[in-house]
Design a protein around this ligand. Structure first.
Ligand code: UDX
Length: 446
């Protein structure tokens, strides 16, 4: 099949590459000339594990190409994916100007029946708006389909190639057939393609992301309470998750959710509810609690050192909002660094992928180091913010040599309490008793 993907951001690049991988001819379009030039020269513009291999293979074999020429791509393709940004406007609602702007151009350019697919996360009712925008100038038949993505950064290629499900919103049988043909190779292991109306498909995406954000937030609240009452959230999590109605995944407490999706989608769904005079109470709480959670680790550190960090170095391990990405959008690390700097600390930081992005934000205010252990020299505290695998089994005796004080604040519960007790660090994590050798037995921090 011939496919155009408009927008070579994260979703566009992953989708375009994976569609090429199943033998389709994919033209990716972007109006950013330097981006298109890099991609034409074989340089990927995002970091995503596994993508480089597929990108290299499909560009080499000519199935994946890049252009700034929208009209050329449209005329060549039977399916056109819109993978354009929908940034939150000031009021939290998704800004549709990119999507609708391109939709209007499509109407003029189309010379034959096309299926236009909304891949961006867009509010309920957008498929109708896109249809209207295209119809203004269209002289040929077309169908607009809503096909939300459920890609997690870091494992997006796998998520795309082996989706739990594919959701397709369309009321047109003709478009259904086209979309079925396109996605059938991705669900051969037996996972479903769900066809539904456009509005339900649009809502499914928001509901899924908001539910997951709520689930994490609920666990963060449980963790905070566990600390106060002296329970261990890791045990509670396992005990809860074994109930098949709950399930074990996505129950990890931490320093709050971040990224490009959850914060934006929760906010947009709350706004949709508000616009329709519905008070979606849970979502408002989720946003408030998550904003608070992003400060939990820094507040504990500041409290531990008596309210002032002047003259102390605090080392951060992890800056990305989660492992295996360089993405720092809404990353808890941003808020943690701001708090620590405001309390007078010298902040040193290491992340395997996200340091350049964070440097662009903080410049010289943070001391970025090339090796994880370099961050620890003369540090009074190590704060773990992202659970990169490289941080999971460090050399604690070397860490003890490097640091001024043996203090770890772990925002991701990477280490077992037993190990930390044996090693003799002051160790404070999320939702578990803190370990304090000096006080001979573990104590709870409230
Ligand atoms: C998410 C959705 O999972 C994906 O389906 C959607 O298409 C886009 O948004 P992503 O933002 O890439 O994907 O990351 P995800 O792995 O879902 O994590 C989101 C945030 O939740 C991260 O900040 C992560 O640290 C946090 N999280 C996740 C937890 O705090 N605890 C968990 O148990 C899981």
């Amino acid at each position: 099949m011939n496919i155009a993907v408009v927008g070579t951001g994260y979703v566009g690049l992953v989708s375009g590459t994976c569609f090429a991988e199943t033998g389709n001819h994919v033209i990716c379009v972007d109006n950013n000339e330097s981006k298109v030039e890099s991609l034409q020269n074989g340089q990927l513009t995002i970091y995503e594990p596994g993508l480089e291999l597929l990108f290299g293979r499909n560009t080499k074999e000519g199935r994946l190409t890049f252009t700034t020429d929208l009209e050329y791509a449209i005329k060549k393709s039977e399916i056109i994916f819109l993978a354009l940004p929908t940034p939150p406007g000031e009021d939290g609602s998704a800004d549709l100007s990119y999507v609708l702007g391109v939709a209007e151009q499509l109407g003029e350019m189309m010379d034959d029946y096309k299926v236009i697919v909304d891949k961006s996360t867009v509010p309920v009712g957008t498929a109708e708006k896109v249809t209207a925008a295209i119809a203004k100038k269209a002289k040929v038949d077309f169908d607009v389909v809503s096909n939300p993505e459920f890609l997690r950064e870091g494992v997006a290629v796998d998520d795309f190639l082996k989706p739990d499900r594919v959701v397709i919103g369309t009321s047109s049988e003709r478009a259904q057939k086209v979309m079925h043909r396109l996605y059938e190779p991705f669900v051969r292991q037996g996972n479903p393609i769900y066809f539904m109306d456009e509005r339900s498909a649009e809502m499914t995406k928001y509901a899924a992301n908001s539910y997951l954000a709520t689930r994490i937030t609920f666990m963060n609240e449980i963790a905070n309470l566990c600390e106060i009452v002296g329970a261990n959230v890791d045990m509670v999590r396992i005990g809860m998750g074994s109930d098949s109605r709950i399930g074990k995944r996505f129950l990890f407490p931490g320093v709050g959710y971040g990224g490009s999706c959850f914060p934006k989608d929760v906010q947009a769904l709350a706004k949709t509810a508000k616009d329709n005079d519905y008070d979606f109470n849970i979502l408002n709480s989720v946003m408030n609690v998550n904003n608070r959670q992003k400060h939990v680790l820094s507040e504990k550190i500041i409290k531990h050192f008596g309210g002032d960090l002047t003259g102390r170095t605090i080392a951060l391990w992890g800056l990305a909002f989660k492992p295996n990405t360089d993405d720092i959008r809404e990353a808890p690390a941003i808020y943690i660094i701001e708090d620590l700097l405001a309390a007078g600390a010298t902040v040193t930081a290491y992340d395997p992928e996200a340091m350049e992005n964070m440097r662009a934000l903080f410049g010289d205010k943070v001391n970025f180091v090339e090796h994880r252990y370099d961050a620890l020299k003369d540090a009074s505290c190590l704060a773990i913010v992202t659970e990169w695998s490289i941080f999971r089994t460090p050399d604690f005796s070397y860490i003890a040599e490097l640091m001024k004080e043996k203090v770890i604040f772990d925002g991701r519960n990477l280490y077992s309490l037993e190990d930390m007790e044996e090693i003799g660090f002051y160790y404070n994590s999320i939702g578990r008793n803190s370990i304090d050798k000096k006080k001979s037995k573990s104590k709870t921090l409230s």
